[in-house]
Write a new protein. Structure first.
Length: 242
């Protein structure tokens, strides 16, 4: 069953209205017919099963036939602050982290970032959000995790200051792992900081420590930037989810 994300404004009583890309995908890509069923989410914690009632040139009208609470969203809200990687690695990071249950991803321009996006930021963010939407549909998420605008490391530190737990995988940390830092954890919001290919600079690590961001080890092997984020996310959600 195809899944679509819409604004709450497009649900009126027992009717759901699809337009734009959603209507085009439903009619011209999926070739859906009147009477077929689809699933709709609008980020309100519920999923709606709908039956197609009318197909217009630029819109589709559906009738809600069932509604139930979405169970795919984690209670733990994880924000990934990801140092910008080279080539298309960011797309893989987004896809896998969304599948796993990340709440949002913030691209971060750090000291050792190599990729240059001057003048291309808006197009990249738009594309990354499309990838997030596609992954959210595939994994039956109840919301589309947002890919935020690119910020610098100082801004990321400031933005994360109110999180209940802040961790930064760091190759020089040998003792403290995820199990140690989440022991007794009762909060809901976690920030993960992942560096680009060259890792974080010494100054960035120093700043992180000064702002109560806890360094952790991910084990005896050094992970690539495109692996570290979703491995950390997966471990956290496995350990902390009900």
């Amino acid at each position: 069953m195809a899944k679509f994300f819409i604004s709450k404004d497009f649900i009126k009583n027992d009717k759901v209205f699809l337009d734009g890309e959603n209507a085009n995908h439903l009619t011209n890509v999926l070739r859906s017919k009147i009477g077929e069923e689809i699933e709709v989410s609008c980020g309100d914690g519920y999923d709606y099963i709908c039956k197609i009632e009318k197909i217009n040139k630029d819109s589709v009208i559906c009738k809600i036939i069932d509604c139930f609470g979405n169970e795919s969203e984690p209670n733990i809200k994880i924000t990934l602050y990801q140092g910008l990687p080279k080539s298309e690695k960011m797309e893989l990071i987004i896809q896998k982290c969304v599948e796993l249950g990340i709440d949002e991803i913030v691209p971060v321009n750090t000291d050792r970032v190599i990729v240059k996006l001057a003048g291309k930021e808006d197009k990249k963010i738009a594309r990354w959000n499309k990838i997030s939407e596609s992954a959210a549909k595939q994994s039956r998420r109840g919301k589309i995790p947002t890919i935020q605008p690119i910020i610098n490391f100082d801004e990321a530190i400031s933005q994360a200051k109110n999180k209940d737990l802040k961790i930064i995988p760091y190759e020089k940390e040998k003792e403290k792992g995820i199990k140690q830092v989440i022991k007794g954890f009762t909060g809901k919001n976690i920030a993960i900081f992942i560096g680009p290919e060259g890792g974080f600079s010494d100054n960035e690590i120093k700043l992180a420590l000064e702002n109560n961001i806890t360094p952790i080890t991910l084990g005896k092997r050094i992970l690539r930037t495109e692996t570290a984020g979703f491995i950390t996310t997966a471990i956290l959600l496995y350990e902390l989810e009900d």
